[in-house]
Design a protein around this ligand. Sequence first.
Ligand code: F6R
Ligand code: MG
Ligand code: MG
Length: 366
Amino acid sequence: MKVTLSVIKADVGSLVGHHVVHPDQIKATSEKLRGARESGLLIDYHVTNVGDDLQLIMTHSKGVDNEEIHKLAWDTFSEVTERVSKKLKLYAAGQDLLVTAFSGNVKGMGPGVAEAEFEERVSEPVVIFMADKTEPGAWNLPLYKIYADPFNTAGLVIDEQLHKGFTFRVMDIYEHKVVDLHAPDEVYDLLALIGTTGRYVIHSIFRRTDNLLAAVASTSRLSLIAGRYVGKDDPVMFARGQHGLPAVGEILEPFAFPHLVAGWMRGSHNGPLMPVPIRNAKCTRFDGPPRVAAVGFQLNEGKLVGPEDMFDDPAFDRARDMANTAADYMRRHGPFMPARLGPEEMEYTTLAAVLKKLEGRLKPVE
Ligand code: F6R
Ligand code: MG
Ligand code: MG
């Protein structure tokens, strides 16, 4: 059967600053999605959170960009904002709902979306990754390693179905353009783009033998929608695993290295992406360091069998230790680049207003 997996997330307010979703928000969201499952709109759902981001994981048979599904997500976020976030005076209530009225698709309205329709295989493992205090470009490095680096993914070398490689669909989020690049033959071109994480982001990945969808990610940049800083874009992404695709362990492997990503404190700093279980997916130190959590499911006729909390494992303790060491190192730079982001990235933050005040005082050099 064909199933659509829609992961839609938004920050609609949180407990103690930008820290964590309140249990009442999870409860209200679950009630709303339970109703949608009972009415037949959804096949199944799972509600979770990573830090201050509320995550709706939904399966259905309506395809991508479906108005009913997107409206359900929008209504859920709006109702939770009104009924819970505002009532409890949670911080930044309704933060990511950038417009007042729904207009057919939540993309471009604030929430982040990773969704795809695919034929459910005989057995269909999926891993959903959700990050807090970072941006969609944070997935570029791990996705490259999973689908193009044989030192990460043994299957690229020893499994016939992976051996031809993968096609990366890369989006220029400033110009709104996409390009398909094929690995392994075009990896240098691919890296030339995706190394610029603030601009070129991987949208989706396909297996070259048959164009099977392997992974899909969210690509929204709130600042580009709103024209000003309204919080980072805390991205989501999911990958299908096994049987001619990277194994679940190959999909998780890149996160054993906590690479530096943009988005820490005020969306203005680079920091290590720490892999954590859901219970530790809450940012503290300097509003971070940025976190990634992953939940795994087996799909069963669209039903979500799981979740399994994939980073709840001592095998990732070293990555967490390394992330803490890197966090110490980065913090000692204070407000200096490259701990603080470069000027292009700071353009949409509150720094712009501060710099404006100095404009009149800048005189030509005699
Ligand atoms: C939010 C975030 C935080 C905030 C910071 C200041 O996702 O990254 O680091 O930017 O806490 O928030 P305000 O300006 O709301 O006081
Ligand atoms: Mg927030
Ligand atoms: Mg967040």
